[in-house]
Design a protein around this ligand. Sequence first.
Ligand SMILES: NC(=O)c1ccc[n+]([C@@H]2O[C@H](COP(=O)([O-])OP(=O)(O)OC[C@H]3O[C@@H](n4cnc5c(N)ncnc54)[C@H](OP(=O)(O)O)[C@@H]3O)[C@@H](O)[C@H]2O)c1
Length: 284
Amino acid sequence: MRILVTGATGNIGRHVVAGLVGAGRRVRAMTRTTQDLHGVEVVTGDFTDPSTWPSALAGVTRMYVFSRVPPELVAQAAEAGVRRFVVHSAAAAGFPPRGRATALDRHLEEERVAHRAVEASVEATGAEWAHIRPGLLAINTLAWAPRVRAERVVREPYPSAGYPVVHEADVADVAVAALVTDDHVGQALTITGPAKVTQVEQVAAIAAAIGEPVRLDELSPEEARVQWLADGCPAGYLDWRLELLADAREGDGALPPTDTFERVAGRPPRTFAQWAIDHAADFR
Ligand SMILES: NC(=O)c1ccc[n+]([C@@H]2O[C@H](COP(=O)([O-])OP(=O)(O)OC[C@H]3O[C@@H](n4cnc5c(N)ncnc54)[C@H](OP(=O)(O)O)[C@@H]3O)[C@@H](O)[C@H]2O)c1
């Protein structure tokens, strides 16, 4: 059985490749670049260039589908012989509309529609499928790395806000289980970290991981808008990003922890403290 991994160089995809290699599976990795990925077969392919698809799909029976794979590529994969699809989706795909007209609700609805479209494209093939739906990824915190490296400081609004952010390797572990075992066929798996971690706790974990103090400077919402824009955040993201944090100052916010990882893997998910240790070099 040959497994095609799309998005194979991505934050999660590279761990999917490593996990499949560790499980002794035959892997083909699709990327627009050329690079060594754990010594597996690498094929140059582009979601936007159908002429690159046949060589990527030849001889493949299972496929890890990155969230930007178009429905035409999924349909062609099924015709080429793919019998199981595992989709890199998002928790938002399973959020029921909250019936509010805020920027956060509009964003979550856009995410739900986009990710459900990919999920629906694999369901429509009649092949086996599983949907991997991560909540907020711990790796988003890498946005803090340049300031931590340069000044040992993080500047954010709402320090008490937090989510049960998930380690990218845990998301990949669940995807690998769905690719290599028959236990998750037909399931949508929403994966989070073990518990809510506030921004104060995240900064403390990064400081502990690098062995040096890191300060958290609280910004007002207006100061945050100015900083995020200067950091390159699209203007259309400012409102929902602020609402997302404000939403999770107390309680669980939009996404409480799930027990999915523990049920699938038989062990607790990695903590944010572990994530910070794994990425200490990025912050040092
Ligand atoms: N950030 C979060 O908290 C969060 C939470 C849940 C879900 N998500 C979802 O996760 C996704 C991002 O995942 P990630 O962080 O793992 O991605 P990522 O690190 O940005 O990786 C993107 C991957 O997609 C590949 N790719 C992009 N465009 C391509 C194209 N035209 N043709 C072929 N390959 C292409 C890239 O390959 P090459 O560059 O090598 O070609 C790369 O491997 C988004 O859809 C997001 O909605 C994010």
